[in-house]
Design a protein around this ligand. Structure first.
Ligand code: 5RP
Length: 246
């Protein structure tokens, strides 16, 4: 068994699925509602027993004592652009796979922007990070985002982006759900787990999660729908029931 598969088992459960709480928004969006006191957010999320969390390096260092050993840690290793950036720019590499291991991460996540001026550079970051991930036995998650906001959930863009990052070495893909008519084709063409992001807080996000699972998604990596829920712990429990079918 490779280092990657040992670590992937800390994130994907025996049914091959995962509920990931994405708590990495502060790096791009600042202290938005739900993560102003990120320590408290982590405490509430942990009560709901997710399979893993996405965290930024500073948060992992500061709050490592709040993290139970059975919740996988996926470290965000790209960024360097906030909502105040004059352009919706692609994300640069902000730390290394080696540093992620030193901080105790089980996996890393890189953003990949498709369809914009930064596409080549973004794909190059994925490819080079994949090489480092093989070297250290660390699973690579890639979040595929369409740079053109008008095409954010365009199935053609997402299908191409998801397939491209798989071919470069991604072990899992996180992206937006494109709808019941198209998402099955995307998961069929990507032979690694595909997780869906949640987007802005939405009463129907649990229903979207169910639909995505029916279309072959292997779970969710939800942020705002988790940490902006009225009862964060309860919402995580509902996601766990939905994804793992309990
Ligand atoms: C932060 C991110 C999140 O990890 C991801 O988009 C999921 O968050 P949400 O469910 O809130 O869309 O990249 O910007």
């Amino acid at each position: 068994m490779s280092g990657k598969s040992v670590r992937l088992r800390r994130i994907f459960k025996s049914d091959g699925k995962s509920v990931v709480a994405a708590l990495d928004h502060g790096q791009f969006q600042g202290p938005i509602p739900g993560i102003v006191d990120i320590g408290n957010t982590i405490r509430e999320v942990v009560k709901g027993k997710p399979d893993a969390m996405i965290l930024n390096p500073g948060v992992l260092v500061k709050y490592s004592d709040l993290l139970p050993g059975d919740v996988g840690i996926i470290l965000r290793i790209t960024g360097a652009s906030t909502n105040y950036s004059p352009v919706f720019d692609y994300h640069r590499l902000t730390t290394s796979v080696e540093h992620a291991l030193a901080l105790g991460a089980d996996a890393v996540i890189a953003m990949c922007f498709i369809g914009g001026n930064g596409e080549s550079a973004s794909l190059e970051i994925v490819a080079k990070t994949a090489e480092q991930c093989y070297k250290y036995g660390v699973p690579l998650f890639v979040e595929v985002l369409v740079q053109d906001q008008n095409k954010f959930v365009d199935a053609n863009y997402i299908a191409t982006g998801a397939r491209a990052v798989f071919e470069m070495g991604a072990d899992a893909v996180k992206t937006y759900y494109t709808g019941a008519d198209t998402f099955r084709e995307i998961t069929n063409a990507v032979p690694v787990p595909v997780l869906i992001a949640g987007g802005p807080k939405d009463m129907d996000a649990l229903d979207m999660a169910k639909q995505a699972i029916n279309c072959g998604a292997k779970g969710v990596a939800f942020g705002r729908n988790v940490f902006q829920a009225a009862n964060v712990a309860e919402y995580v429990r509902e996601l766990v029931d939905c994804v793992h079918g309990r």
